[in-house]
Design a protein around this ligand. Sequence first.
Ligand SMILES: Cc1cc2nc3c(=O)[nH]c(=O)nc-3n(C[C@H](O)[C@H](O)[C@H](O)COP(=O)(O)OP(=O)(O)OC[C@H]3O[C@@H](n4cnc5c(N)ncnc54)[C@H](O)[C@@H]3O)c2cc1C
Ligand code: SF4
Length: 351
Amino acid sequence: MSGTEWAVEKEGETLAKKTLIIGGGIAGITAAQKIAQNGGAALLIEKEGHLGGNFAQLTYTFPVLADAKGIVAREIKTAQELGGIEILLQTTLESCSGEAGNFTVELRTPSGRRTEQVAAIVVAAGFHYMEPTAYTEYAYGRSAKVVTSLEFERMAAEGRLPQGQVRVVFVHCVGSRDKAKGYRYCSKICCSYSAKHAIMLKQANPEAKAYVFYIDIRALGKGYEEFIREAMEKYNVRYIRGRVAKVIESGDKLLVRAEDSLIGNPVEVEADLVVLASAMEPPQGSRDLAGILGIATDEYGFFREAEANVRPCHSSKEGVFLAGSCTQPMEIAAAVGMGGLAASEALILSR
Ligand SMILES: Cc1cc2nc3c(=O)[nH]c(=O)nc-3n(C[C@H](O)[C@H](O)[C@H](O)COP(=O)(O)OP(=O)(O)OC[C@H]3O[C@@H](n4cnc5c(N)ncnc54)[C@H](O)[C@@H]3O)c2cc1C
Ligand code: SF4
């Protein structure tokens, strides 16, 4: 069957209704795959000109340092080759009316407007990575030697990690757990990906020294705690407990000032590069999208689950489901899990 024939025959029954999936990151791709593999039809829209979302910007993934770009390419290829998935890039949702089992959606595509009937909608709009411009004390935006963790991923992908006897400082909780200037919530995975970055640095440049400033370590997931221990014990990454107060430009170096809260002494590290683990925030335009769909967001702008414990992929509106990091910061495995769950709910409405 081609990707545009939507009446799918399966053991004598016809599943004629599509599911609209908004967002072509790993959560949306997974939802589309699962719908197609179970005989349904998916219309996957992505606002950018390519699929993969934030995952496609990563180099390796914790906790096993798997090849991120290779995995994303494989999953996109699987989705493209499965019958039953139509992919529209540079496409957004303009309006939505109707009810569960029978929505009318209007899309803005590069070739004009397009109207579709869909049985269910999966919102998989992902997260936005916070630009830490409010943190002027960290010299972000002033010094090219202060970068975010996402910029560090790009540096690694392009083979631009610093070489020789350099010192690199990783700063946790920038914009997270900070009621004053950022978000009150914990971004959940930056303890783990900062350890990944320190290991990537040491693998690319064994002469480098890596320092991590942390408040406390949060690494809840299979193998995550062990992964951080490996950074400390196998790669000699130095973990210092304390919130960084200031990053000062000093000639061609940076001075990182903090208080070591375990021993109560001020500490200063001279660095060649500072990497800020910034907050994962709601996707841009999430409140507008929620308005079009008639679903609720939380106080931050993440999409609100109807019942977080047992119905985590149900939005506040019947027939509209949620998948991935548009609900809260999460790792790839959790986004994949939610994508599959949302697909199974959407398929029920397609029958
Ligand atoms: C620096 C960094 C390192 C990380 N390292 C790891 C790691 O090692 N291991 C790990 O498990 N996780 C890691 N993560 C987390 C990982 O990136 C996420 O778990 C994953 O990207 C979530 O996938 P998603 O599909 O939910 O969202 P996203 O990847 O954000 O994808 C969402 C997609 O939806 C699209 N979209 C948004 N709004 C709309 C709209 N209105 N209409 C159409 N399309 C829309 C976006 O353009 C995007 O393509 C890291 C994150 C960061 C920031
Ligand atoms: S996961 Fe770690 S670094 Fe990220 S906000 Fe939570 S405690 Fe801070």
